[in-house]
Design a binder for this molecule. Structure first.
Ligand SMILES: C[C@@H]1O[C@H](OP(=O)(O)OP(=O)(O)OC[C@H]2O[C@@H](n3ccc(=O)[nH]c3=O)[C@H](O)[C@@H]2O)[C@H](O)[C@H](O)[C@H]1O
Length: 459
């Protein structure tokens, strides 16, 4: 190892951001580097069991000031509904005095600060002679289509669907795009996102002010989008690779799932999860569970109770539990997703194609069915279904509705050993999985990434 680096990590205060930043921290600590990780206290409690190198990684709690109209005690995006996240960004910005004082008090002085939404840390870094790296935990395609200078989001009028319908000039794909009404997901760009900034202004400013942009992806999958980003921002784009945690052989799959999964033949169980944040509407939740029932296959669904329901039991359709019996489980708590995906009984992973789940599905052996919910998840899905052709996107209505028949038919299509589509995605998935699991793929990206950091340290 070269010189020990001291890196400050300061991700957006949402589990979908803090988790990948922690995976990155573990990989850096594995190579002997020191990490100081700023995060709200609640998240510290949740993530500390995932710290693999406690002697090198310090999870340092910061106070998230209360901002009206956020509920009292709000600390992360998991505490609020999606439409309040702009106010949470204002709360993040109010942590600046504490964060600045903490950084100035760190010894040894940090070499880098990694961030994503807190654009103002670059000013602190420049003053202290620290390099700043904007670390993106979403796919390069979603950055390239939405968050580049040539997107030119207007400030003087609301964004329209026409503004969003076309990708920015030079965007390098005609498949990884929004179609029809999906362009509504780009309206977020013009949304007020804390301290008088739009979401577009916050993220593009954060990237413009950085010394380098880093993305949690690999050239084999997104090289063209990464090159486009580098040209748009006229600065280096470093790739960390997927940065997935190694499955710790000392941590077993929870007994209840090992026992239940053990009852079924290899490759026959459907596993479904929609990430750490997304909450379905009740009618869509019920339609999806009926779709799993229709497959007549065993299934394990790890889903949060839908909007307006305090529990899963309250949300299940009439007579559902009686009809499916032990064949189907709908669980509202957290499950060990990577360990469940590694279980031989699991034959199909139905997921929202969040970026973490996307990489995990590629690494797993089971078939892949995607039901994207948010904008970047739609682009992740297009990458998987139309560029890599390793999985199938469930067809939805123009308004985003997914019917039980559409879900059931897509699952049956990929699970049918004789179907043309099922064979194609199985073959392509096996090819990509071979690339990703082979020795040196992940570590190779990571070693190059550390060399990239050392290079800009010298500049
Ligand atoms: C930036 C934002 O982060 C979001 O994170 P989210 O949590 O929704 O989904 P994942 O990235 O799959 O992350 C979810 C992570 O939680 C793990 N997990 C989840 C549920 C469970 O019960 N058990 C688990 O272990 C799973 O294994 C994965 O690693 C999305 O990406 C979104 O696309 C992106 O814009």
């Amino acid at each position: 190892m070269g010189k020990q680096l001291h890196i400050v990590m300061f991700p957006w205060i949402a589990m979908g951001h803090m988790t990948p930043f922690l995976h990155l921290s573990n990989k850096l600590a594995e190579r002997g580097h020191k990490i100081t990780f700023f995060l709200p206290n609640k998240a510290k409690q949740q993530l500390q069991h995932s710290v693999l190198y406690p002697s090198l990684i310090t999870l340092h709690p910061i106070t998230i000031p209360h901002v009206h109209p956020l509920p009292l005690g709000t600390e992360t995006a998991s505490d609020i509904h999606l439409h309040l996240t702009g106010h949470l960004a204002t709360a993040l910005d109010l942590t600046r005095p504490e964060v600045e004082s903490l950084i100035k008090g760190l010894t040894p002085k940090p070499h880098f600060i990694f961030y994503d939404f807190a654009y103002w840390v670059t000013e602190i870094a420049t003053e202290l002679g620290i390099k700043s790296v904007h670390y993106n935990v979403v796919c390069a395609a979603s950055l390239a289509i939405a968050l580049v200078p040539d997107r030119n989001v207007p400030r003087d009028r609301p964004l329209t669907m026409e503004d969003n319908a076309q990708p920015p000039p030079g965007y390098p794909s005609s498949n990884v795009v929004f179609r029809g009404s999906e362009a509504r997901h780009m309206l977020l760009l013009g949304m007020e996102f804390g301290s008088g900034l739009t979401f577009y202004e916050r993220i593009t400013t954060a990237m413009k002010l950085s010394d380098a942009i880093a993305i949690r992806t690999c050239r084999e999958v997104e090289g063209n989008f990464c090159d486009y980003m580098s040209a748009q921002y006229n600065k280096p784009v470093f790739l960390t690779g997927p940065v997935l945690p190694d499955i710790d052989d000392n941590i077993p799959l929870e007994a209840q799932w090992a026992e239940w999964l053990g009852r079924f033949e290899p490759g026959t169980v459907l596993f479904c999860a929609f990430g750490s944040q997304f909450i379905l509407e009740k009618d869509q939740f019920q339609e999806l569970v009926l779709g799993f029932e229709m497959t007549k296959l065993p299934f394990l669904l790890a889903l949060k109770p839908p909007s307006g329901c305090a529990s899963i039991e309250e949300a299940l359709p009439e007579g559902f539990k009686e009809r499916v019996g032990e064949r189907g489980v709908v669980h509202s708590g957290w499950v060990q997703q990577p360990l469940i995906l590694a279980h031989p009984s699991v034959g199909c992973f139905v997921n929202h194609c969040g970026f973490g789940s996307m990489w995990e599905s590629l690494m797993a052996a089971s078939q892949i069915v995607m039901v994207p919910q948010l904008g970047d998840q739609i682009l992740n899905t297009r990458l998987m279904a139309e560029e890599l052709k390793v999985g199938v996107e469930v067809e939805k209505a123009e308004n985003g509705w997914v019917s039980k028949e559409s879900l059931c038919n897509t699952i049956n299509l990929v699970m049918d050993q004789g179907s043309e589509v099922g064979c194609l995605v199985r073959k392509n998935h096996a090819k990509w999985r071979q690339i990703m699991v082979n020795q040196g793929f992940m570590s190779g990206y990571f070693d190059t990434f550390v060399k990239d950091l050392e290079m800009i340290m010298g500049t």
